[in-house]
Design a protein around this ligand. Sequence first.
Ligand code: MSP
Length: 577
Amino acid sequence: MWCFSKLQTVHGLRRCSLLPFMSRAGYGDVRSTRPHLFTTPIFYVNAPPHLGHVYSALLADVQHRYSGLCERDTLLSTGTDEHGIKVQQAAVALGLDPSKLCTQVSQQFRTMFDEMAISYTDFVRTTESRHAQAVCHFWKMLEKQGYIYKGTYQGWYCTSDEAFLSEEQTRERIDPEGNKIRVSLESGHEVQWMSEENYMFRLSSLRPKLLCWLQTDPIQPAPFLRIVQHWLEEELPDLSVSRQRNRVSWGIPVPSDPSHTIYVWLDALINYLTAAGYPDPNLSPWGPSTHFLGKDILRFHAIYWPAFLIAAGLPPPSKLFVHSHWTCEGVKMSKSLKNVVDPSECIIQYTRDGLRYFLLRHGSPERDCDFTHNTVCKLLNSELADALGGLLNRCTANTINPEQCWPHYQCMSVPLLAHDKLQKMLGALQELPGQVDQFVNRFHVHKALEAIDGSVRCSNAFFQSQAPWKLLKGGEEEKTWGYSVLYLTLEALRLYATLLQPAVPGLATAILDRLGVATIYRKLKGNHFFTATRGEECCFQGQALGPDCGLLYPRLEVDQEKPIVTNKKTEFENNPL
Ligand code: MSP
């Protein structure tokens, strides 16, 4: 059997047969002509959106927005996964035509993403004809390359996960009624025995190429890469990629044999190609891409997807970014436990940017994170209301800034005692954009926000220590320094707000509006900060502030009991036909 460590040491990257796809030189021209594609998973339409779904989409949204800030051309696609037995069964249970259910729930996702300001550039529904075309073309490519054959699949099937499982991937369990059932080891969902003549995909033959792809370090964070390496050391059986149509009718038929339906995961994964315009012969297959996904769907993205792509003669994805899950009050969210957190409720309580900030700042990709009302309130009160909102208020309030404008900075005004403190602070602020850039590029958005919050606190401490409200009542020298402190604080806020735009676009815009910053100065590229402290021109000096729009972020009541959990239903569940 191939062993990853052996492959790493015995076969250097230069001997890897995937290199034409993956090296910048080999694929460079084609890749560089396409914008980077960020994708979210596409969401099942058997239930309405919840907090976990929003998190997957939010991570991708921040990357897309950050690229825009740096004036890089990127795309963000999302969508809904509408085929398969799971959706078919949900429709039957509601006595509905599946297409009606799909349209309604798909719209709920779209509305939710709009409410959350997810800046998607494409929304792929797997029931669209452009997607069916992509899937059929892709299937034919797999067939043409000899990767599809007819065989008998015998094994376990997990409808909840739409996954085929081996005996070792399942275990026996006693259900609450005392019945013996078999469940998936990974998800805990019930599985059923299945024996069917299916079309099979020669997955087993692709192990060496998958190992080779892994050498390009495509999976982040690293613990998830190790999980995939471990999976590839185990047996890798061929994969069933169709279901008989009389059992699963809600899906795309196999082009050459309409008595079979294409496996829903093959169908769903191809949405990423649909978003890239596949199979348009005038377009390169696709450019560099980063797929965001939750840890529960790692196998599908890190084994099946690159294998399918390689088999079809296409490059495997450049990056997979995997995140952990959100729990609610320490418990896994589930419809049956009625503890699913409803993002709409959260928006009402915390505002859209409040929710975005909490998820991005408290969420960490490596470990599961817990959502509780108190944690949300404490974090948002401390970082948005007190630290950031407080800083904005301190330097823009009429009491301290009656002229409502940016004062001038005077290099000569810095008192001896404040000199070192100022140099240290300016040094740290100068480094902040670079630090944020590194964190965001490594997908550590929570660390980027932590760094910004740390700087906001330093600015507050500096403001407090210099007490400009006292200086401005003093003699000429003191006044000049007081105005310089105000300038420094406004400039620091301009920097924070610029950097915060991808995470909290609404709040960041409110700050920039209040500071009177014109749109052309809101990008990162070509934007310079604290220029006056270096004796250079700064266009903001003497400029008017924007209108006062009140508190940036009002404090939340910590102990108030409010429902954030929902048992939200689809429209059809609310109004049964
Ligand atoms: N339809 C598949 C994905 C196909 S992609 C080609 C699917 N859909 S899903 O609706 O079940 O999940 C979509 C995303 O939501 C996944 O990334 C999943 O990990 C994420 N989440 C679902 N529950 C979650 C939490 N409790 N916490 C964080 N994210 C979770 O899988």
